[in-house]
Each structure stands twice: as C-alpha cells, then as structure tokens.
Design a protein around this ligand. Sequence first.
Ligand SMILES: [Zn+2]
Length: 324
Amino acid sequence: MDRTAEERSNVVEELLRENGGWAVIDGGLATELESNGADIRDALWSSKCLFSCPKLIRKVHLDYLEAGASILITASYQATIQGFLSRGFSQEESEALLRKSVELAVEARDIYLQKCPQKRQILIAASVGSYGAYLADGSEYSGDYGECVTLETLKEFHRRRLEVLVEAGPDLIAFETIPNKIETQAYVELLEECKINIPAWFAFSSKDGVNIVSGDSLVECGSIADSCQNCVAIGINCTPPRFIHDLILSMTKITKKPILIYPNSGESYDPEKKEWVQSAGGSAEDFAPFVNIWHEAGASLIGGCCRTSPDTVRAISRALKGGA
Ligand SMILES: [Zn+2]
C-alpha cells in the first residue's frame, strides 16, 4: 500500500502509539546468520549472504518476527557497491544485491503476516553501516579514517548506496554503529541533498558510556542528528549493556525524538581474528532484566545487536509486555 509523504514520516511514531509507547527492534543479524551456519569471516561480512545464502537471511528475519520484533533491520550493513564491485560484481549486480536486502525483509514480513492471526505493524529499516565497516579494518570501532577522508569522500561513498536502498522501498533507513561526527554530518547532508522522502534513525556506538567510539561527543553528534528533518529516532547500538543507562540519560537531554537502543551482548570484536571475545568487565548475559529500567529512563525502541538472538528478542518483548 502506497503511503503519502506525511504518513511515511510518521511510521515510527505511529508504531509506538499503536503499541502503547514502546516497540521491539530485532536482534543481531550477522551473528545470528553465523549461529545458523553461515561463514561470514569475510570483508563483506553478513552482506556476503546476500549472494551466498539469501534464504537464510529471510529465515533469520522470520525468526525475529516470531520472537516479537516489530522492526527488521536489513542485511545491508556491510553491503556497499564498492565492496561488491571489488569482488567482481558489475554495477547493476551490486545495486541488485542492495535491493535484495530490502526484498528479503519484505518477503519475511509478508510470509509472517500471512500466517499471523493477529495483524500487527512491522517496519523494515534498511541498514547503512559506516565507511569503516566497508573498510573492514576495525575503524568502525575507532572512527579513525585518517586525514584523507573528508566529508565529501564520505558523501560520495554513501550516496548511490543510499539512493538504491531507498528505491527498494523500506519504511525507514537505519544509520547504524555511527562512529564519528563527520559521518553523522555526511548522512544528514545526503538525506537532504538526495531529497530522501522516508525517515531515518541514527544509532551511535560507544565504548566508554560517554562519547561515541571515535571520542567525538555523543551530545554533539546526537544534536546534529536531532536537527535533521528526516530523523525520527536517535540512539545507541552495538554497545555493551553496562553503558546503556548513562547513554540514554545523556540523550534525553538533547532530543525529544524517540530514543532507541540495541546493545550487543557485551563481548567485543577482534577485527584481526574476526572473532568475538569476552572483554574485561563485559557480560555475555542477556540484558532483558534491564529493559524496563532503560524504558523508564527514556528509551522506547529496544532490541539487540551483535551476539544477541531471537531468544534475546523474546525476552525483551516479554519484559516490556510484563513491565512498564
Ligand atoms: Zn552490532
């Protein structure tokens, strides 16, 4: 069903209203594909599955819907035209793979709704991972791109990718794991320059509970996102659960827009070994017991990132239904 521009811009608000003030985002996609047997130790990471095992992506999306998620994030986090071109795909094939990420989530939603007796609203958020994720050298967790990478470099890098994803018809764009201020600015300018007419959320990652991973200020980056017309929610993803509460409190001071959080399991990623390792003071335990505290602190969209699973999402959903 075609929505007007006005309706499109309110999809998140509408979902929150229908649902009584909260909504569940899905859990980690790449790591769940891995748990289902996919080998993603590759520079393309989960986007490799777009050509190697697309049906598995659809299955994992379905698992998350069945676990209670109302927002599916597509498998495009590390899917870039440049990345696919470097693997021998043509421009057309690369763009088709980007579109495929949205199509798979839409198919999962259709399948789920067909057999689901209680119709409910489900949104598809097209993931846009950072330039650092494409580099696959760990800079997605340092935000350090070196001096040669300018605002223009980043805009040029993301421009066509963003346009193709939007053309594929998701409900919104999910800018995820944003590591620094320059990339935040690039996204805001691109949304405007490309006249993107669907909403977007901005999710930053942090490794100290105060700033985003590059050391740039969350307050500053969050405020840049807040001033963007397309932006319908701001928050934190792929960050250890122990930092989430303080980060929510910081965000409540800079935005009136819905706050979203989808932490990882608390482990950290070793980019050389391409493995998740238990970090000091981290915890791989489920964070569901904290979900209602985070909701009370101001977060309304809650899910999980790397190393969380449909079980995590089921527990989040149960906690929010029972509490709050
Ligand atoms: Zn993650």
